[in-house]
Design a protein around this ligand. Structure first.
Ligand SMILES: Cc1cc2nc3c(=O)[nH]c(=O)nc-3n(C[C@H](O)[C@H](O)[C@H](O)COP(=O)(O)O)c2cc1C
Length: 148
């Protein structure tokens, strides 16, 4: 079965919750998924062997977290060309991080970006049914893009 890695950073738990709901959507599309905090992923071996990669970071100071920046340099050591890519994160007002992460995945790692683009969710929408659904839909789109 095709397998998706969701790797996230989260200071106060919102982006982690998004990761869990996105994983539900991936499973709805019939794909296997693992969710890991980026601090658990110490070297490139830990991130190799997946068919799709979905990276999550909240936006702080109009940027991704420092940990996510360091993590993306790990990606440089792996060949992820052509693999399916998505990026997400919680935010309050500007939500810059997911778009920057997805740019790196597309233009540096040469990955195959999901049609929905990057996915930002306002933290006050996250606890609502439409927040849950939006995350699941994003995960499902990643899973469906993988095909059979
Ligand atoms: C010091 C600080 C700076 C922040 N800067 C931004 C920002 O530049 N843009 C934005 O949209 N949200 C900003 N936020 C809001 C966070 O992105 C938001 O609370 C998010 O839900 C946190 O996600 P997490 O629980 O996964 O860490 C900031 C929050 C804090 C505490």
């Amino acid at each position: 079965m095709k397998k998706v890695l969701i790797a996230y950073a989260s200071r106060t738990g919102n982006t982690k919750k998004m990761a869990d709901f996105i994983a539900e959507g991936v499973r709805m599309a019939g794909k296997d998924v693992e969710i890991k905090k980026i601090s658990e992923l110490k070297n490139e071996k830990a991130i190799e062997g997946y068919d799709a990669y979905v990276f999550g970071s909240p936006t702080y100071h109009r940027d991704m977290t420092q940990g996510m920046k360091t993590f993306l340099f790990l990606g440089q050591k792996l060949d992820m060309q052509g693999k399916v890519a998505g990026a997400f994160g919680s935010y309050t007002h500007s939500g810059d991080a997911p778009a920057i992460i997805l740019d790196t995945m597309q233009y540096v790692f040469k990955m195959d970006v999901v049609e929905l683009g990057s996915f930002n969710l306002k933290e006050d929408v996250l606890p609502t049914p439409s927040g849950t659904r939006a995350c699941q839909d994003y995960g499902r789109a990643i899973g469906e893009k993988l095909g059979d």
